[in-house]
Design a protein around this ligand. Structure first.
Ligand code: CXF
Ligand code: ZN
Ligand code: ZN
Length: 370
């Protein structure tokens, strides 16, 4: 079949929206009509090369849609099913999946190859060039073919233009607070950077019972939004937050500090450790440029004050449990997805959407296809 997709032909170029050819699903795969896709910063990292990348590639990894066709051997999904994609597949069989840590699924190792998991391609340009897909998804397209391991079936009543956010940013941010930071009732939490992931980390910290939630962002609009999601205090910079957090917590500092900046900076780590209480934990959720190897950090803090630094991918969540779970919280009015969507765009306006994100005008921009 033919469909439309936003393709990145080379590092640093703009997204180009083109008609493409899409093969039918092979065994274990499904064809999905995508309803909407969030515009996560990681696709921009792919564009700039911060995440590495193999081009040409169809962008997008935060999508939701409706199954149109299933390949041989697919028994858990059928045409008409509503699905959210997990940006890390959950094969269900590897050691990590078996341990309940599907965010570390072995299949994840293959995600940046560009091709499908089996090394072949379903997406092709009209001139016959094989097109990769961002993390085997490619949600900047009106249709895609993906492995069943990337799909989580959801109930039909959820709005797909909000549910798509659960496929990356919301789960990543919420899980950063709830799972990776293990925020406890009464904790003081700092969230650095208020994009889609930061806003969700604030919501996770609030739901986990944090007392003070400090949101740091240089953009006034984002600081204002942070308070809507549950931040009790805001600061423009880490430097400003150092004094504020120290004062509000009576010198204890933050039990948990969650790093959700657009691009992480190793040079900030020593200041981030200063924000952190004795026995506290820093969670590195944001992407750092792959080439960055320098960090300012006195490791003495880890020994003498038992401060911890941990990383997390996908909020350390388990998609088959957490995606339906987070949608249930949305139903109950506990998790706000609606306010997360600042602006919506047509597929052909994807470059404008990213310009808005970089200008700090969006918590999340969402591409709507129907
Ligand atoms: C990223 C992590 C690295 C691969 C692409 C997706 N996560 C969230 O945006
Ligand atoms: Zn993402
Ligand atoms: Zn697995």
């Amino acid at each position: 079949m033919e469909t439309e997709a936003a393709i990145l032909w080379g590092q640093g170029e703009d997204w180009k929206v083109e008609t493409i050819r899409l093969d039918p699903p092979k065994a274990g795969e499904v064809l999905v009509r995508i309803a909407a896709s969030g515009m996560c910063h990681s696709d921009e990292h792919m564009r700039t090369g911060d995440l590495g990348g193999i081009y040409p590639v169809i962008g997008g990894h935060e999508g939701a849609g409706v199954v149109e066709e299933v390949g041989a051997g697919v028994v858990d999904l059928a045409p008409g099913d509503h699905v959210v994609f997990g940006f890390v597949p959950a094969c269900g069989k590897c050691p990590s999946c078996a341990k309940g840590r599907s965010n570390l699924c072995d299949v994840g190792a293959l995600l940046m190859m560009g091709s499908q998991i089996d090394g072949t391609y379903r997406h092709h340009s009209m001139s016959g060039v094989d097109l990769g897909t961002m993390v085997c998804l490619g949600t900047f397209a009106k249709h895609t073919v993906v492995n069943q391991a990337s799909c989580v079936k959801i109930l039909d009543h959820y709005p797909l233009d909000k549910a798509c956010l659960i496929g990356c940013g919301v789960t990543t941010g919420w899980g950063s607070s709830v799972y990776a930071a293990e925020v406890k009732p009464g904790d003081d939490v700092v969230v650095i950077g208020v994009g889609g992931i930061g806003a969700s980390a604030i919501q996770g910290a609030r739901l986990a019972g944090a007392e003070h939630i400090f949101a740091i962002d240089p953009v006034p609009f984002k600081r204002e939004m942070a308070t809507t999601f549950g931040a009790t205090h805001t600061a423009e910079s880490i430097d400003e937050a150092l004094a504020l957090v120290n004062e509000v917590t009576w010198g204890k500092n933050a039990d948990k500090v969650i790093c959700t900046m657009g691009v992480g900076e190793g040079g900030l780590m020593e200041s981030i450790m200063q924000l952190t209480a004795k026995g506290g934990r820093v969670v590195v959720t944001n992407i750092h440029p792959m080439s960055e190897t320098d960090v300012t950090l006195s490791l003495t803090w880890l020994t003498l004050l038992e401060k911890q630094i941990v990383g997390t991918i996908f909020g350390s969540a388990n998609i088959r449990y957490d995606i339906p779970h987070l949608l249930k919280l949305y139903d109950q009015g506990q998790l706000d997805l609606d306010t997360m969507v600042t602006r919506t765009y047509k597929l052909e306006d994807v470059n404008q959407g990213y310009a808005d994100m970089l200008e700090g005008r969006n918590i999340r921009g969402v591409l709507i296809y129907e």
